[in-house]
Design a binder for this molecule. Structure first.
Ligand SMILES: *Cc1c(COP(=O)(O)O)cnc(C)c1O
Length: 462
């Protein structure tokens, strides 16, 4: 143990007299500065006690102090660079909002607004009125209401239409999404009684029909968003289910998962059921997410026949699951883009990223490589073909051809590089495959290129 070195450690009060520290007080709270000084001194004391340092200078201390202070000022929830190529990355916040949505959010959050005020009547209004018309217009539904997320939407619909009654579901559709949305559990919370029919791979119309009785509340169809059953399978079509519902006067409810409003099969994707299609086929109530393929904020959108939506709006649960003004503002901004499909594909980042052509992706990868020309020489960057995923439990079997930058180093292990990128002041999330770092350019935003270039430029060799 180096006693002399310990004695050399400055005190907080003394550091508070330092020019560097004094100037940091101009734009930092005093308590945060003092806490950072303490942590800096503690850090050095520990390093000395463990024999990890032989000496230190005043500059070293101030450098560490600035690093710690900078880190403290960073919000915990902050931007990261999505170099994973997964467009709807649930861990990274799902969809990036379009400009129209962002502008709306800022305007509404910075000012008072007509959230629940009917300006034409000068009376109290409904927060849902702002978006109901546009949702009706885009989806073709008679009515709509929006809640916190799709999990809430499913629970609310079941609770309204099926409390203490039976919900008939195919065994092949008892899905789990992202570990926390599980159909049987959601059902239990909503107080609907689950009646499973058919088998995992095959369910027939008679399986539903044989189980309909006076206790039946709804016929439920759940989109198996995040997995595919292959081989000897059979599902009852929407048309058949709707017909059956009409015959017995039972509402048919569909949890369609990701809300796709544009038929992406036109652009080479596998067919993902659109909300419009379900409404057209006569489904009574359809629920979907706002932040999956729709490309908007977290929300659960419920559309369908007015008589059912009216009952849902009156349910007390709706109040507990309601969305706030910022979500409404973002959702309205996003939905407006859908008034013209071409505009939606251009402006909504989620759709835009999914539809990037191979040529565009290749150019993006080449541009990133050029940006990295000042990186240390031990790195090797190679543009290569790979594939990326949609994510968010959507289109699980769809591999989108993509271009990536493969990174290797003579000095650093791929795992070390991955860790450094992840701990960068602006974190970069990339994947490691076969001893290489894979930077998929599909979900990179304009400003990410410089961030990645800086991170590599400043990455040490040990
Ligand atoms: C994603 C998904 C959910 C959950 O939606 P959230 O908006 O994340 O709450 C429910 N059902 C299906 C079929 C899904 O794909």
């Amino acid at each position: 143990m180096n006693k002399e070195l310990l004695r050399k450690l400055p005190k907080v009060d003394e550091l508070l007299q330092d020019k560097v520290v004094i100037s940091s007080l101009d734009n930092n709270m005093r308590v945060v500065v003092i806490e950072s000084l303490r942590e800096t001194i503690d850090f050095y004391r520990k390093a000395i006690l463990e024999g990890k340092i032989e000496d230190f200078s005043r500059e070293d201390i101030l450098y560490s102090f600035n690093k710690i202070l900078e880190k403290k000022n960073r919000p915990n929830l902050n931007k990261v660079v999505n170099a994973a190529g997964i467009v709807i990355h649930t861990n990274l916040g799902r969809s990036v909002l379009c400009d129209e949505a962002l502008e709306n959010v800022i305007k509404v959050a910075k000012n008072y607004n007509n959230l629940e005020y009917d300006l034409s009547k000068g009376k109290r209004g409904s927060r849902y009125s702002h978006i109901e018309d546009i949702i009706k217009k885009i989806t073709g539904a008679e009515a709509a209401v929006v809640v916190n997320n799709n999990a809430a939407a499913v629970m609310l619909v079941l609770n309204t239409l099926c409390e203490d009654k039976e919900a008939i579901v195919s065994r092949g559709q008892l899905v789990e999404i992202g570990g926390s949305f599980r159909v049987p559990e959601v059902m239990r919370f909503s107080r609907a009684k689950l009646v499973e029919v058919g088998t995992t791979n095959r369910t027939h119309l008679y399986d539903y029909e044989d189980n309909i009785n006076e206790d039946t509340g709804v016929l439920l169809k759940v989109h198996t968003s995040n997995f595919k059953i292959m081989g000897f399978t059979e599902e009852v079509s929407l048309e058949e289910l709707v017909e059956l519902g009409e015959k017995y006067d039972k509402p048919v409810v569909e949890d369609i998962g990701s809300g796709v409003l544009v038929d992406l099969s036109k652009y080479g994707f596998i067919y993902e059921p659109t909300v419009q299609e379900s409404i057209k086929k006569g489904i009574d109530v359809v629920t979907f997410s706002g932040d999956k393929m729709l490309g908007g904020p977290q929300a659960g959108i419920i559309v369908g026949k007015k008589k059912y939506i009216d009952r849902i709006k009156k349910n007390q649960l709706t109040r507990a699951l309601r969305i706030d003004k910022m979500t409404l503002a973002a959702l309205e901004g996003t939905l407006r883009c859908y008034l013209d499909e071409k505009e939606a594909l251009k402006r909504i980042p989620t759709l835009n990223m999914m539809l990037l052509s191979e040529e565009e992706l290749k150019k993006k990868a080449q541009r990133l490589k050029r940006k990295l020309k000042d990186a240390p020489k031990h790195f090797n960057f190679k543009v290569d073909k790979d594939f990326s995923m949609v994510g968010g439990g959507s289109m699980p079997t769809e591999r989108m051809d993509s271009y990536v930058l493969k990174v290797k180093s003579d000095k650093l292990h791929a795992a070390t590089i991955e860790e450094r990128l992840r701990n960068n002041s602006m974190p970069i999330v990339a994947r490691v495959y076969n001893g290489e770092i894979i930077i998929d350019v599909r979900a990179l935003l304009e400003e990410d290129f410089d961030i990645i270039a800086e991170a590599f430029k400043n990455m040490g060799e040990v």
